[in-house]
Design a protein around this ligand. Structure first.
Ligand code: CU
Length: 154
């Protein structure tokens, strides 16, 4: 009888271990150089940038981004099409296993809409990145001065 109880205890421990797995997965994605720009006067839209690397063995999809600083955050990609630079929204961003994806001016970027709070240089804007099976990342973006780079780069 004692053996049976031990076996049951061992079996019941398995789901608990499985529940903890996603927490471990969070460490798979690493974010560096995360920042957003201050906005020109009268505007409530700005862009965010970061570098994200996948140190795991499986691909990760970033499904969405949320923040208390912005009503809506989209993933945008700059494309050169029909002789013009255009922006295209992406439904999600793939970070392939072992690869690094850069959100940078003139390329992939986070687009923050309806930014309500004043953006103070050097302050921190926390953003949550939700992924398919690589956990939720809390990323702290540092606010940098818009004027440090030409506005054309967006
Ligand atoms: Cu954009």
């Amino acid at each position: 009888m004692k053996h049976v109880l031990l076996l049951l205890a061992a079996l019941s421990a398995i789901p608990v271990f499985a529940d903890k797995a996603p927490i471990v997965d969070k460490l798979v994605l690493n974010v560096t150089d995360a920042y957003i720009r201050t906005m020109p006067p009268g505007q409530r839209v700005t862009a965010g940038f970061l570098t994200i690397s996948n140190d795991g063995a499986e691909d990760c999809q970033i499904l969405s981004a949320t923040s208390s600083f912005s009503e809506r955050i989209e993933f945008h990609q700059h494309l050169y099409a029909d002789g013009m630079m255009q922006m295209r929204p992406l439904a999600q961003v793939l970070v392939t296993a072992g690869e690094t994806v850069k959100f940078s001016p003139g390329g992939l970027h986070l687009m923050l809409f309806d930014v309500a709070k004043p953006l103070v240089v050097n302050a921190i804007v926390p953003i949550r990145l939700l992924t398919d099976h690589c956990g939720t990342l809390l990323v702290n973006l540092q606010i940098r001065n818009l004027l440090q780079r030409p506005m054309m780069e967006h």
